[in-house]
Design a protein around this ligand. Structure first.
Ligand SMILES: [Zn+2]
Length: 246
């Protein structure tokens, strides 16, 4: 069964055709939600990519709303660059080198030009997630995870090495991570319409301002599994991204 619906669009500079994919609505329930708002289905991020670098001419362009007439659902009768050639700029994430390459892409984009707030928020949010990818699923390094039988020793051991290496890189780049989060927070507080769910208290938690997290969540009223987990992690003074459900 295909999990995605394909759509097609053209690079505005060289007119090359690119294939895009949207996750089918019925698959959203099978996704994993993380505290930073990133949602994964089968290791694929479900948030559509809005900034695209053409795999043919390297032109950067934005697709804010993947709807007709900008895109078509009918496969054009010509060569098409597949999703993997441009998705996340063609980067392979299976190792920390790929993860760092993605971080550097976003940093370069942000340095290169000035963006309107909506676009800057988009880029900084993806940069935040990319940093967190270095140690996402940190709970998998625990022995308990192996003993639960989720994975074989070989896979667990390899995965553990990858995450611990990623954690080191995360700490090494912590100042850049914090600078990005502070700027993202300022933008989101100025543009509340752009905030996603519990993004703001989560940013405070990842910035280790745990009292502020409690203050914000106390004001949101109803408690959910997500808010309870966020409070629990704040109480432990744990600022690492965590899995909310999945
Ligand atoms: Zn192009």
């Amino acid at each position: 069964m295909f999990k995605y619906d394909s759509f097609y669009f053209q690079c505005p500079h060289c007119q090359a055709w690119l294939e895009g994919r949207n996750l089918k609505a019925e698959m959203v329930n099978e996704a994993i939600l993380y505290s930073d708002g990133k949602v994964l289905n089968d290791n694929y991020i479900t948030t559509p990519q809005k900034m695209i670098m053409c795999p043919s001419c390297a032109h950067l362009f934005w697709i804010e709303h993947p709807v007709e007439p900008l895109i078509t659902f009918e496969k054009p009768d010509t060569d098409v660059y597949s999703w993997n050639t441009w998705r996340f700029f063609g980067i392979n994430f299976s190792d920390n080198k790929g993860k760092m390459a993605l971080i550097n892409h976003y940093k370069t984009f942000l340095k290169k030009s000035h963006y309107e707030p909506k676009k800057e928020i988009y880029l900084r949010r993806f940069l935040w997630w990319a940093y967190n990818d270095l140690h996402r699923n940190h709970q998998h390094v625990r022995l308990r995870y192996l003993l639960n039988g989720f994975m074989s020793f070989g896979v667990w051991h390899c995965n553990r090495k990858l995450i611990l290496e990623g954690e080191k890189l995360f700490l090494k780049n912590h100042k850049d991570f914090t600078d990005n989060l502070k700027r993202l927070l300022a933008l989101l507080e100025k543009h509340p319409d752009e905030q996603i769910d519990l993004e703001v208290p989560e940013i405070y938690r990842e910035l280790r301002q745990f009292d502020k997290v409690k203050e914000l969540l106390d004001n949101t009223g109803s408690r959910t599994h997500f808010t309870n987990e966020m409070l629990r992690h704040s109480k432990w003074k744990d600022s690492r991204v965590f899995m909310v459900s999945g």
